[in-house]
Each structure stands twice: as structure tokens, then as C-alpha cells.
Design a binder for this molecule. Structure first.
Ligand code: ZN
Ligand code: ZN
Length: 341
């Protein structure tokens, strides 16, 4: 019996390749604790991603963000007269600023009202101008609008998480092609955000320092760009193919703590990475995601850029994330493109 077992084990041993990671690997993301599987079997030439990206643009005439359709939307504030950037109340809000706040729990059940904030930043009057084409003046206006919108939301009580996000393209979940951003104010942090916070806290308790600042130093191999105010890199465990993180060098727990100049630099870094991603993947859908946690001083605010190379599948729906270009290869290619911009 015993010798049979040994033989069995030996056979197993023989099947392990010399480099056990050569066919792919499972990494654990330090930001969230989520598992990330790299599937390299569908070998990864950018041409694989050449997707006919039809952005379903119904045209200027049907666009609710056009200056002529001013009365369709309720304004929070504007920059410029006539406006160059306009922040509006979302007409189809996830959260309602005028809903009462209530939360209750009984037995195994829990519910709350949808009190919160849903603002849309229309960052250009021009229907077809893409964020990555914005000039310095456009970026300055946008930086001001992002900072101001978050500050306005955080003037209200019970908001503990502000989620800045941009959808561009059909695959990003975006429904309108006219450039815009969303700023959402949550009364309850989503579980994924709680995971991000708990990873930061765990690290702080253990080592007494900031996880994201430590990561920024350790991610040298996967660094994309750096200047005096920020650093951008592909994280060790990219949750999605081509995902990158842009992190301010200064420890802030909310993006609205950044100066206008710091926000401008952050947006410009996002533009560059999007241009490079578009060059590499030939895909033009993307998301930009920003995390601001007002009461959590330990949290280090950052922004993520996700080119929407592939659809969300059943693995991700079970919190098992994935990519099919190794982050090391991705960052090498992106650095090469950035150096030629
Ligand atoms: Zn439009
Ligand atoms: Zn920090």
C-alpha cells in the first residue's frame, strides 16, 4: 500500500513543470484581497482585442447633454458663462438627495432608503470631444468641477464614500457618448470598498505605514509613469486586463483634498494612460474609478483605469478576477508607448 502511494506522489511530482508559474498564476490583490487568475492560454497579442467598438451614438439631436437641451436637466453648478462644464443632478439617479434617510434591521433582513447623491459632470459642451483629447483649459475646468462636486456632497451628513467614475464606450456601462463623469455619494460603503479599507487598516496595524505608499515603491517593475505629485502603475494582481492605478504621492483620504494642480496632474496622467491603452489594445471603452473615504484617515485615495477589453464573466461574478496579459508585459508595452507620446 505504502509503496503504491509513494509511486502515485512521484507521478504527480513529474507532472509539475520546472517553472510552476509558466502557464499562468493566481495572485492575491493587496488592495482588496480578491483572487486574480491570469489566463495566458489565449495568447496575448493586442490584435486579439481588436474589437469593432461601435459606440452607440444616437447623435447630437438626441443627446440630453447638449447646451440647447438646457432645461432637461437640473443644475448643481456651472463653470463659465456660457458654461464650459456643467454639473447636474442625474435624471435617473441611483441615490436621491431628497429621500429621507432610514435604515432598519430585523431577523435576517436589512434595508435602507436610497438617500445619497448622484451627480453628473458634463465636462464639455462639444458632443464628440473625448476626455483624452481635452486641452489644458478643459482639464483645468474638469479638475475644478470634480473637486467642487465632491466637496458639496461631503457637506452632507451620513455620506461616507464618494465614488468618482467615468464610463466611456459601449462596454463600459456608459449609455451616452457625450463626455461626462458621475460622482456618487453613498451612505454605506459597498463591500468591495470595505475590503479596500480593511486591507489598508491591516497593513497599518501591522507595519505602522500606508499600504498604497508602500505599494507604489514596490511596484517599480510595473510602473507606468511618475512625476512630483503622483505615481501610476499596473498592480501586481490586476483585477482586469490592462488595469492601472494612479496614486497621489500625498496621503489624502479623499480626492477633494487634492489641490487643483494635483488634480490636473492626475487627470493628465489618466489621459496619457488611456491613449496608451487605446494604442495597445485597440479598444476604446474604458472606466475610470476614484475612491474617496471621508472619515477614514488611514485610507489613501487613488484612481483606477480599466480598459474594457473583455466582458465580466462568471468568474468575476464569484469575486474571482482575471486578466490575460501579465501586468509585467502590459506595463512594459505601455511604458514604451508613453515614451513616444
Ligand atoms: Zn451631446
Ligand atoms: Zn498614504
Amino acid at each position: 500500500m505504502d509503496s503504491d502511494k509513494e509511486k502515485e506522489n512521484l507521478d504527480v511530482k513529474n507532472t509539475i513543470p520546472e517553472n510552476p508559474f509558466s502557464s499562468g498564476e493566481i495572485r492575491t490583490d493587496y488592495r482588496t484581497g480578491l483572487k486574480v487568475v491570469s489566463e495566458l492560454s489565449r495568447k496575448n497579442r493586442p490584435s486579439d482585442y481588436l474589437i469593432k467598438e461601435v459606440i452607440d451614438d444616437k447623435g447630437k439631436e438626441n443627446c440630453p447633454f447638449e447646451p440647447e437641451k438646457y432645461d432637461l436637466n437640473k443644475t448643481l453648478f456651472e463653470i463659465g458663462n456660457p458654461w464650459r462644464v456643467r454639473v447636474i443632478y442625474n435624471k435617473y439617479p441611483i441615490f436621491q438627495y431628497n429621500a429621507p434617510y432610514a435604515h432598519e434591521k430585523w431577523d435576517i433582513f436589512e434595508r435602507s432608503t436610497n438617500y445619497g447623491f448622484s451627480f453628473v459632470i458634463i465636462d464639455s459642451r462639444k458632443h464628440n470631444l473625448k476626455f483624452e483629447q481635452f486641452n489644458d483649459a478643459n482639464i483645468r475646468d474638469l479638475a475644478k468641477a470634480i473637486l467642487e462636486t465632491e466637496k458639496i456632497i461631503y457637506e452632507h451628513q451620513r455620506i461616507d464614500f464618494v465614488y468618482l467614475n467615468k464610463n466611456f464606450g459601449r462596454k463600459s456601462g456608459g449609455t451616452l457618448s457625450h463626455s461626462h463623469w458621475q460622482t456618487l455619494g453613498y451612505t454605506d460603503m459597498p463591500e468591495m470598498v470595505k475590503a479596500r479599507l480593511s486591507k489598508v487598516r491591516e497593513f497599518k496595524d501591522r507595519y505602522g505605514s500606508c499600504l498604497m505608499e508602500y505599494a507604489a515603491k514596490k511596484e517599480e517593475e510595473r510602473k507606468l509613469l511618475e512625476n512630483d505629485t503622483l505615481i501610476a502603475f499596473a498592480p501586481f494582481a490586476q483585477l482586469y486586463t490592462g488595469e492601472s492605478v494612479v496614486i497621489p504621492k500625498r496621503h489624502v483620504n479623499m480626492l477633494s483634498e487634492l489641490s487643483e494642480n494635483e488634480m490636473i496632474k492626475l487627470l493628465k496622467a489618466c489621459q496619457k494612460i488611456i491613449i496608451a491603452n487605446n494604442g495597445y489594445f485597440k479598444v476604446h471603452s474604458y472606466n475610470i474609478l476614484g475612491y474617496s473615504l471621508k472619515e477614514e484617515k488611514e485610507f489613501h485615495s487613488y484612481v483606477e483605469i480599466v480598459p474594457r477589453v473583455s466582458d465580466i464573466g462568471p468568474m468575476q461574478m464569484a469575486d474571482y478576477y482575471g486578466n490575460n496579459v501579465m501586468p509585467e508585459e502590459y506595463s512594459k508595452e505601455i511604458r514604451a508607448i508613453l515614451n513616444n507620446l
